[in-house]
Design a protein around this ligand. Structure first.
Ligand code: TXA
Ligand code: MG
Length: 344
């Protein structure tokens, strides 16, 4: 199969809609990362998603909705996506506040599913992941079609793509069409929120952090790491987002004294001149994620930089971790720690 990248003008969007309506897959831009989209209610399309990604069937898919379809829990129930009777009222109120505040946006809600949602989407779980993406191209597609199941458009366990070219590197020959919507504005996958006891649980950290979720929802939101024994979102598997090379993490730049020759080095901000000339002597390939350590910029550039280093002919990789473990820093640490974990 030949894979075409088309720009997301009206003709490109029309081409994508034709593919989707014919039961084929299209890689689409979202504000977080590119997704590999297919009709969420078409088992054939869902099977193709798992095949193209080489994704195991125990890993459920997120269903993406148009902004009109996802305005409240009542809407989701009416479209037979969720089973509202399984959600206690105080949690319903909290979820509606989250929906009103964060959708469209980088937030996925994992909620009791309606029986109509195919088992292939939920991997047989009794919950379904739902998200209303903010990207205008994703919204244009969703408004003109149907709910789209879309995992990140990478092969299983690899780095999520944040550009059309990165999708091509992952999936060329496996899908007909990639819709180019430019680089992703957030750059990290959505925050995933589930229900737990009377409160909420953050199953995957993202741009929206637990503090914000608590403030907006009025409920406690515990980190999923409080329950390490349970793997509730396979995005939580220890090795994920993995580059091919070994990756060493550091916080203190004095550790760079141990840098071997020909390493890739991912930095949150520029080096001082002494360290810079040391790295040059070592033929280090540098990736500076932000000129001033701004974590929004770091998130935007993280996966693309990791991908460039992974593709270069280097002896190993080093990455600098942000210091404060809150907000975006938490999400960045999460992704880098998983990228550095031994492959499983
Ligand atoms: O930002 C994002 O969320 C991107 C864009 C394309 O929307 N999508 C994405 O999908 O990251 P994926 O499949 O790569 O990661 C989704 C995660 C998976 O780890 C999956 O296990 C979890 O969401 N998930 C989906 N449904 C779930 C459910 N019912 N229960 C628990 N985890 C669920
Ligand atoms: Mg993924």
């Amino acid at each position: 199969m030949s894979t075409q990248i088309v720009c997301s003008d009206p003709a490109g969007i029309e081409a994508a809609l034709s593919c989707l309506r014919a039961g084929q897959l299209v890689a689409i831009p979202t504000e977080t990362v590119y997704g590999l989209a297919g009709n969420a209610f078409e088992p054939e399309a869902l099977a193709q998603i798992f095949a193209a990604k080489e994704r195991p069937h125990f890993d459920p898919l997120i269903v993406h909705l148009s902004a009109v379809a996802g305005q409240s829990l009542g809407d989701l129930a009416q479209q037979q996506l969720i089973d509202l009777s399984q959600i206690p009222l105080p949690q319903q109120h909290a979820l509606n506040r989250l929906i009103a505040y964060f959708w469209p946006g980088p937030m996925t809600l994992v909620l009791p599913r309606h029986q109509r949602v195919p088992d292939l989407v939920t991997s047989g779980l009794d919950t379904v992941g739902l998200r209303v993406p903010a990207h205008p191209v994703a919204q244009a597609l969703l408004a003109a079609s149907f709910p789209l199941a879309a995992p990140s458009a990478n092969r299983f366990g690899r780095i999520s793509p944040t550009s059309a070219q990165a999708v091509y590197a992952e999936l060329a020959g496996r899908i007909p069409l990639i819709l180019d919507g430019g680089p992703c504005a957030v750059g990290l996958e959505s925050s995933i929120i589930g229900l737990q006891d009377q409160g909420l649980v953050l199953l995957r950290p993202g741009k929206i952090c637990a503090d914000q979720i608590e403030r907006v929802s009025g409920l406690k939101c515990v980190p999923a790491t409080a329950h390490p024994a349970e793997v509730r979102a396979p995005g939580m598997l220890k090795s994920h987002y993995a580059p091919r090379q070994d990756l060493r993490l550091f916080t203190d730049r004095s550790e760079l004294q141990a840098l071997a020759p020909r390493q890739g080095l991912l930095l949150l901000s520029p080096l001082d001149s002494a360290l810079l000339s040391f790295c040059q002597q070592k033929e280090t390939q540098l990736e500076i994620l932000s000129q001033n350590g701004d974590l929004i910029e770091v998130s935007q550039h993280l996966f693309a930089a990791l991908r460039r280093l992974d593709q270069a002919d280097l002896a190993g990789l080093w990455a600098e971790l942000p210091m404060a473990e809150a907000g975006l820093a938490h999400a960045i640490c999460d992704r880098l720690t998983k990228a550095a974990a031994p492959k499983n």
